[in-house]
Design a protein around this ligand. Structure first.
Ligand code: SAM
Ligand code: SF4
Length: 516
């Protein structure tokens, strides 16, 4: 085996929170073998791309990055270039054809093999393709077991924030919405045993994690039978709720049809479960929902919203919308505008429809809405949603809110980056792209400095309310990981701006002071 490679690893991650977690785990496994992260692709002898296939743009981005590395092995003959994740599972051999300098293509179900494949690729200089079976490539059991959930031990130093962690509770998806590649790239829906999830949460709490976010493509479809007992998400929330050290529990992403009353009652009853639900509607038109095969009508979505408001008063709900789906007329688009106005979502992620090969929509429907119209509709829906965000955020001005302090704000991080150019981020690959759905769960804050310089005074921090509103305020970085009360003084469409409220412990009156 070649000994001359420099053990510097560059990893770029695009896509959803599942990908962020996968990168965390892959990096941790490689670090155990002596690799160190770098944020400079030009310095690394090992370059990995964790990819997304949900929209074409995400794939383009990776193919252009690969193109830029075409001749990089001339300077670095020991370099290994690997592509893993959804695009690897979807495109397979095509990646080698389009980028012959790629050494390994690894699907979402083979992540545990990456350290071995990297060593073999460097030693043998042969290509490796490790992917799961096609959805029609065997029985359900055979296909499911070819997609292995990757949940090794967690390495706390690999998380973008020491206080927040994702916990995978299920993989795959069986919903087969006509526009979506996920059932192909992530395989059949499979839930992890509750005992495994609970022990992972305990371990994370022991490592200092205060907020866990349970993740799955349709997290509220969670279903597992263990020791003869049948477990749904509501039961799992109850099981992990009293874990010592955990202050907040979130879960994303929810499927409207599976938002059952016992789950909402659990959200309402369990104090650590955040009153925030991401439940993508995708469209406000029954005809479009039918063409998407979403399995619910707009009235059923409305009924669900009614139940959320009744059982969990004050709960924030956010959504995803696709504009310009096959055959979407002006009237059908207007129905989405009306649904956003009616539901007053906390925020919505709005995507232009992107035809994906291998999906039913691509096979059977015409992608007939011109791109200019998609763009117009995207801008219009965003404008309506932004106005709602501004109005609803303004209602917080003058009120105080409790936040879990996450760490330095984006602005502080940018300033720190400018001041300390060259200091590597703990997860350089997790520069979240515009393709990312990860804004759902904040990963922006980097590590809190071990011992902040007392002379520099307070910095701008960011935290979130239990309804997932982002709040920035000045304070000592040591507050990261704790709950703090903030008096809200101003707002934008995305952020509440406030001042920290400190309580005098002995004499009880509440005094407002900036913490120094
Ligand atoms: N499982 C989640 C659900 O059903 O709501 C969504 C997961 S998907 C990775 C995230 C979002 O990407 C979807 O909610 C949808 O709005 C968007 N999306 C998926 N396929 C798309 C496509 N072909 N074109 C545009 N947006 C798409
Ligand atoms: Fe894709 Fe639909 Fe599954 Fe969500 S529920 S991952 S949109 S197929």
């Amino acid at each position: 085996m070649s000994q001359s490679h420099n053990r510097l690893l560059f990893i770029e991650t695009v896509g959803c929170q599942m990908n962020v977690l996968d990168s965390e785990l892959v990096v941790a496994a490689l670090r155990e073998q002596g690799y160190e992260l770098t944020d400079q692709v030009g310095d690394a002898d090992t370059v990995l791309f964790n990819t997304c296939s949900v929209r074409e743009h995400a794939e383009h981005k990776i193919y252009s990055q690969l193109g830029r590395l075409k001749y990089s092995k001339r300077k670095r003959p020991d370099q290994v270039i690997g592509v893993f994740g959804c695009m690897a599972q979807k495109d397979q051999e095509l990646i080698f054809q389009r980028a012959p300098h790629v050494d390994m293509v690894v699907g979402t179900g083979q992540l545990a093999e990456i350290p071995r494949l990297v060593s073999e690729a460097r030693r043998d200089r042969t290509r490796a393709l490790a992917v799961s079976l096609d959805r029609r490539g065997g029985s359900r059991l055979e296909v499911a077991s070819s997609f292995e959930s990757y949940d090794p031990l967690r390495d706390p130093t690999m998380r973008p924030s020491p206080f927040q962690a994702f916990v995978r509770i299920m993989i795959g998806c069986d919903k087969f919405c006509t526009y979506c590649v996920v059932p192909t790239t992530r395989g059949p829906e499979q839930s992890r045993p509750p005992s495994q999830v609970a022990s992972e949460v305990r371990m994370l709490a022991g490592q200092g994690v205060r907020e866990v976010t349970l993740i799955g493509q349709t997290v509220n479809s969670y279903s597992h039978v263990e020791d003869g007992r049948s477990w749904r998400l509501a039961d799992l929330l109850e099981l992990i709720h009293d874990t010592d050290g955990i202050k907040r529990i979130k879960f994303v992403t929810n499927f409207p049809r599976d938002m059952d009353t016992p789950l909402l009652e659990a959200v309402g009853d369990l104090s650590k479960v955040c009153r925030y639900l991401h439940v993508p509607a995708q469209s406000g038109s029954d005809a479009v929902l039918e063409r998407m095969k979403r399995g619910y009508t707009v009235d059923e979505y409305r009924e669900m919203m009614g139940r959320i408001n009744e059982i969990v008063p004050g709960c924030a709900v956010s959504s995803d919308f696709i504009v310009g789906f096959c055959g979407e007329s002006d009237q059908e688009f207007e129905a989405s505008v009306r649904l956003v106005e009616e539901c007053r979502f906390k925020n919505s992620f709005i995507f232009k429809y992107s035809a994906r090969s291998g999906t039913k929509a691509d096979d059977r429907l015409d992608d007939d809405v011109p791109d200019a119209v998609k763009r117009e509709r995207n801008a219009r829906l965003l404008e309506v949603q932004t106005a709602i965000c501004e109005e609803d955020n303004a209602l917080f001005i003058g009120r105080s809110v409790e936040v879990l302090v996450e760490g330095p704000s984006k602005m502080t991080l940018k300033q720190q980056k400018r001041q300390h150019r060259g200091t590597p981020h703990p997860m350089p690959g997790v520069e979240l792209s515009e393709e990312s759905d990860v804004d759902l769960v904040s990963l922006e804050p980097g590590p809190v400095p071990e011992d902040p310089d007392p002379l520099t005074g307070p910095i701008q921090l960011v935290g979130r309310t239990d309804c997932d509103r982002i709040v920035v305020f000045d304070g000592n970085p040591r507050l990261a990981g704790s709950l703090a009360s903030i008096s809200v003084e101003d707002c934008t469409a995305t952020t509440l701006l406030g001042r920290i409220i400190t309580r005098e412990l002995q004499h009880a009156p509440v005094i407002e002071l900036p913490v120094l």
